[in-house]
Design a protein around this ligand. Structure first.
Ligand code: ZN
Length: 385
């Protein structure tokens, strides 16, 4: 599970009764690189939040109302300061609820449209939609250096820096040229093996799901031959073309992004193919709102597939929390009168995260979602059983 998904889940579990402000800030460097430009964006988002009608303020308790006002002021002051971790991030997500003792800030590695939502739960779709690639490791390797970075695209940190004393290219007395070259080769091999062992040790300590290698093609090939068999299936397609000794974490992140993007596209295509197979076979797949909600209610969902433009209203049973299509007056499970859910899409995403299901969104802009997903009205699911 990525850091963002884990945090989204924790926030969902700690909220539900009081107003939560969810604010996504666009950090696109071509438009919002400067603090004043960001301040203007924050101001207009907060104005929008003040007008947002999704939460009826008249229905809030006095304490909820005054705390919400304080929360909005706090957000504006925070985002106008030097404190937010904006460096290297494409977007920033901030969740604030004074009543729920919540103030979470997450730098996001991918561009995310600016938005603000006030509801009794955090708005999490932008955090969790997409392939959850989990932890990623990067090994940068040269003849004498080895650097290991671990984390995810948003929070990649240097874990190990290994330098080995491999002889320089000047010839040494007493060794013939061929012996000398053999001794260098042995030293390089020893160094590569040492880095490979460190990498394997790091994986044993805390697993990562993907591994990217960087350096010259020749060094990466040499290193790959020393790689433990446990790690080979984790290798991402492609090589990070970086100068091992001088590349910054930001350089590594930028080079890693297209490799992860390719892996995500492949995983999304695989999920779609799997869905079509299962629908064809009539097993472990749900298509359409009613079936998808029923499967969520039974906690059978493995992956929710959404069309990018899927939107719906629905209802929720306040007793058991289950979601139903619009027009269901009483909960079929316990007979309780249901309450309206204006943003059923977000409610579905939240229900998915709470049962450890992933959420994939298909289609973008004017590109429609694939027929397999849009045929059921833009919502479908892969089921665990
Ligand atoms: Zn119920």
């Amino acid at each position: 599970m990525s850091t963002a998904v884990a945090r989204a889940r924790r926030m969902l579990e700690g909220t539900g009764r009081h107003p939560v402000v969810s604010l996504y800030l666009d950090l696109d460097p071509s438009r919002f690189a400067t603090a004043p430009a960001r301040a203007t964006q924050v101001r207009s988002l907060i104005d929008e939040a003040e007008r947002d009608g999704r939460l009826d303020r008249d229905e809030l308790s006095h304490t909820d109302r005054t705390t919400l006002t304080a929360d909005l002021e706090r957000l504006e002051a925070y985002l106008g300061s030097d404190e937010p971790p904006v460096s290297g991030a494409r977007a920033l997500a901030v969740f604030c609820s004074g009543q729920d003792d919540l103030f979470e800030v997450l730098p996001l590695p991918v561009a995310t449209p600016a938005t603000v939502v006030i509801a009794t739960t955090p708005h999490i779709e932008p955090l969790v939609a997409g392939i959850d690639e989990g932890r990623v490791a990067v090994a940068l390797i040269s003849h004498r250096s080895g650097r290991i970075l671990v984390g995810d695209l948003a929070e990649l940190t240097e874990a190990e820096d290994i330098s080995d004393d491999v002889h320089g290219r000047t010839s040494r007395g007493g060794l013939s040229q061929s012996n000398y070259e053999r001794s260098i080769e042995a030293d390089v091999e020893h160094h590569m093996r040492r880095v490979a062992e460190e990498l394997h040790g790091s994986w044993q300590q805390e697993r990562f799901a993907h591994l990217a290698l960087g350096g010259t093609a020749q060094d990466v090939d040499l290193f790959t031959s020393q790689l433990h068999n446990d790690l080979r299936p984790l290798l991402l397609d492609g090589r990070l073309d970086l100068e091992v000794e001088v590349a910054s974490v930001a350089d590594v992140r930028a080079a890693l992004e297209p490799l992860l993007e390719r892996a995500r596209e492949a995983a999304a295509a695989a999920a779609l193919a799997e869905f079509e197979n299962r629908i064809g076979a009539g097993s472990r797949a749900a298509r359409g709102l009613e079936d998808a909600l029923a499967a969520l209610g039974e906690r059978r969902v493995e992956t929710v597939l959404l069309a990018h433009n899927f939107a719906a209203q629905g209802v929720r049973c306040p007793q058991c929390g289950l979601l139903y299509p619009e027009g269901t007056a009483n909960c079929p499970a316990d007979g309780t009168a249901t309450v309206a859910v204006a943003d059923l899409r977000e409610a579905v995403v939240q229900a998915a995260v709470l049962q450890d299901a992933s959420v994939l969104v298909f289609g973008e802009g004017s590109d429609p979602a694939p027929a397999a997903v849009s045929r059921g009205g833009g919502i479908a699911a892969l089921l665990r059983f």
